[in-house]
Design a protein around this ligand. Structure first.
Ligand code: DGL
Length: 271
């Protein structure tokens, strides 16, 4: 047993899609979340900058005495997961491998689409991971740079969102049987994405898929939280305005949560 919290990081509110699934599947686990909304989106930034920011988020979570870190962000996973996981003594999980496996499992016709931020798509990591496991799969990738900003600005139900999603996904419509939502922000746009792609296309939520892996690792290392102790006290931090974060979080998680402002320690050269 290990009663320390699990740490989650994302460029902003996207990781809440992972948190929602964690709260459903593992309600006894305590959460510390850091979202870097002040600097979101990460997707269009250069790899070196994303790497630096990701280390700042990791170091922040380490100050909260977490027992595991979940990269609830595809972009950070694509750029920095391998490196961070090698350097830390606690388990570090990303969302890309679980998303890739789930897509292979669900694909009936071998045609998988992947949507993500410019960095995730440029890294070609989903294509590589899917092909490494199942070379017969055809993968078509598409960057959707406008989606994460729509979610960060809480415009998910707007007519602008509908128009942007419709126009952005046009190249994939009718071409895939499975679509990986390769950015944790995208499940917040899920109804619109499903509507545009059609009911026959299975949507894969990479973040939600990773919760199964969290559960497996907790069991493997025997670090589940004890159920006899006190109740969980989740903590959510944002580098931007806590009220804006809270508004999105309450809607998405369907519960009130405490949100605090966090200042990240920028430690240049100490990575
Ligand atoms: N939520 C993140 C992801 O999964 C990043 C979105 C962004 O900041 O560009 O890739």
């Amino acid at each position: 047993m290990d009663n320390r919290p699990i740490g989650f990081l994302d460029s902003g509110v996207g990781g809440l899609t992972v948190v929602r699934e964690l709260m459903r599947q593992l309600p006894h686990e305590e959460i510390v979340y850091i979202g870097d909304s002040a600097r979101a989106p990460y997707g269009p930034r250069p790899a070196e900058q994303i790497r630096e920011y990701t280390w700042e988020l990791v170091n922040f979570l380490l100050t909260k005495n977490v027992k595991m870190i979940v990269f609830a962000c595809n972009t950070a996973t694509a750029v920095a997961w391998e490196e961070v996981k090698e350097k830390l003594k606690i388990p570090v999980l990303g969302v890309i491998l679980p998303g890739s496996s789930a897509a292979i499992k669900s694909s009936t016709g071998g045609k998988i689409g992947v949507i993500g931020t410019p960095m995730t798509i440029a890294s070609d990591i989903y294509n590589e991971k899917i092909k490494a496991l199942a070379p017969q799969m055809e993968v078509q990738s598409l960057a959707c740079p406008k989606f994460a900003p729509l979610v960060e600005s809480n415009q998910i139900a707007s007519s602008v969102a509908k128009k942007v999603v419709y126009e952005s996904l046009a190249p994939l419509v009718g071409k895939v049987d499975t679509l990986v939502l390769g950015c944790t922000h995208y499940p917040l746009l899920r109804p619109i994405i499903q509507n545009v792609m059609g009911p026959q296309v299975t949507l894969i939520d990479s973040g939600a898929e990773c919760v199964r892996d969290i559960s497996v690792l907790l069991n493997y290392f025997q670090i589940n939280r004890s159920r006899d102790g006190e109740g969980v006290k989740h903590r959510f931090y944002t580098t931007a305005n806590p009220e804006s974060f809270k508004m999105i979080a309450i809607n998405w998680l369907d519960q009130d949560i405490p949100v605090e402002h966090a200042t990240l320690l920028v430690k240049k050269g100490e990575k």
